[in-house]
Design a protein around this ligand. Structure first.
Ligand code: PLP
Length: 233
């Protein structure tokens, strides 16, 4: 599948939107409660511009340099940048300059670096999701499920950060629905402590229907919209 805009892009986006609506309907939920984040990593800014023309307002990027370049190139667009990739501490402050929401907050030391009295004062707090690792592999991003509440409570104490909820990627093995059910119960535990933090960032191209069934509010969908990602090192 070529990496291009045009009719292919329009058709894929329409199909994804229809599938989201169908999954929401099946789950007895409203599409108004769902935020579609188009994941555009590795794609050129031109494709993002095409998506913005098709009504996409939220972009997800996972690599800092690439994301920063696109945010600069597309500064004329009124869009929200979501950072969804593993975030190195030394890059935290730079990401905070363009990203409105960071889905991959997975340690207290990272939250500390993102905190800012200045943002607290001027009302430009950064939205934060606690990323939870639902696999047994400690090298995957995210806190262990049993540590999610403590990290959420820590973020709540920091200035300039707005805790939105929890985020996860379904493990490669096993049923995505079961993983998202686990994430939902972690979300319940976080909400018991911080009621406002009710968002759930879950669901990608191959599993967004299952995520919607388990309460996802923020869908991170890439290739189903953009077509196959160009390889980039
Ligand atoms: C790439 C990526 C996505 C989107 O994946 P697709 O399978 O292309 O929809 C979602 N979330 C994260 C964290 C990603 O890195």
């Amino acid at each position: 599948m070529p990496d291009e805009g045009g009719p292919g892009l329009t058709a894929r986006l329409a199909l994804v939107r229809a599938s989201i609506a169908g999954a929401a309907d099946a789950a007895g939920r409203s599409v108004d409660d769902l935020t579609l984040i188009a994941v555009t990593k590795f794609h050129d800014a031109a494709l993002l511009r095409d998506l913005a023309a098709l009504g996409i307002t939220d972009f997800g990027e996972s690599r800092h340099q690439e994301a920063r370049e696109k945010a600069r190139e597309l500064a004329d667009l009124d869009v929200t940048w979501h950072f969804i990739g593993q975030l190195q501490s030394k890059k935290a402050r730079q990401v905070a300059e363009y990203a409105s929401v960071i889905h991959s907050v997975d340690r207290a030391s990272l939250a500390d670096l993102l905190a800012s009295e200045e943002r607290e004062a001027d009302g430009t707090r950064i939205g934060c999701f606690v990323q939870v690792n639902l696999t047994p592999d400690p090298d995957r991003g995210g806190v262990r499920p049993e540590d999610a509440v403590a990290l959420a409570e820590h973020i709540e104490t920091l200035p300039g950060l707005d805790l939105r909820g929890v985020m996860a990627v379904a493990p490669n093995e096993g049923e995505p629905r079961a993983a998202f059910a686990q994430l939902r119960s972690i979300s319940d535990a976080v909400r018991a402590s911080v009621p406002r933090a009710s968002a759930i960032s879950a669901g990608m191209s191959n599993d967004f229907a299952e995520a919607i069934a388990e309460g996802a509010t923020h869908l991170r969908i890439g290739s189903a919209i953009t077509g196959i990602r160009p390889a980039r090192g």
